[in-house]
Write a protein that binds this ligand. Sequence first.
Ligand code: ARG
Ligand code: ZN
Length: 396
Amino acid sequence: ISTPSPATTGPEPGETLPSGPSGDGLGDELFPALGNPGIDVDHYSLDLHYDPATDLIEATMTVALALTEQRPEVTLDAVGLLVDSVSVDGEDAEYAMEPEKVRVVLPAGSADDGEAEIAIGYQVDPSPTTSAVGLPSGWFDTAGGSYVLNEPDGARTWMPCNDHPSDKATYDITITVPTGLTGVANGELVEHRTEEGAEVWHWRESAPMATYLVLVLTGDYELVTGTGPHGVAIESAILREDIPVMQPFLDSIDDQIAFFEEWFGPYPFADYGIAMTDSDPGLAMENQGLSMFSRTDFGSGVLYETTEMLLSHELAHQWFGDAVTPARWIDIWLNESFATYGEWMWLDHVGIATLGSRAESALADRPPGSSASPPVTDLFGYNSYYGGAVVLHALR
Ligand code: ARG
Ligand code: ZN
């Protein structure tokens, strides 16, 4: 299967709906077309089959949502997905593919109570895309597996969703992979079973989560479990051959959680872990309850400035970004500057660099521009991270 061109997907001729504007976007300042203003997703249930040998996804996404406006149809964000069936409350529904949306007609009589369950069967040969922000996001292949990095708008390239952080929801994610592989997602592992030629991994995220924080990993991962401060479940995903080298980082999790709890309040989720994936160096992501890092950055097995910075930054995001999430992308500094400040606090705590020295050099290097209104092309730029962290230091 190759990624379909939008014009050739959707219902048979004759069933095709007139295609509307390219989306009923939420009007986000930086990504106006993302999301749909008439829905509020409650729960995503994703049943995803993936084989790294073919790099194909076959999946069904079931979206339980409330209608916040009376409407005859709804859209979900979907880019490059080959949709082959859509139902609403169990009844086949008409749909049309638009370049960035799947438009679903609500069958007469459905959603009368203001709620609907939309199930979308689809296939995709996923690959990362570079959207307005200029960084690749979406689904990435690795040797023998895969990972995702969605932020800000890559989730829609491998799962249909209301792809905007203003609409958080809970998730059940079931990943079916060939025998011998592990499928990992956010939250707790509800079930692991083996089938003929396959293994099924069912994960549940019970705390509301933005789509950009969804993590799906496949590969030869070992799940390393433990218990952190006051019963926080620790569940990390480490490539089997990396277990010895990653031990110091696994051992550091508890102290880091305890440190941030003193300043930020109780760790906001039931579980935390680190996922060490086979991605490009320098890449790290605060996926909810399961921060993702590049194994290359941690290959030394040593806690030093770089590894301490990465680990503390993504953990601080669990409070700033994950538990409390900006409703508009233009407010990204509320994520990145607090995480950067958390990173500085930790480096100071472990004696690597003082907070004052970090803040002073960040201030000296600060380019013109505002932390509060980044252009989309500089969403993850200096001012969103260091510029805003200087502001926090000044306020403190
Ligand atoms: N939120 C991540 C971090 O600062 C950065 C993600 C950047 N997005 C991307 N597609 N590379 O930890
Ligand atoms: Zn960050």
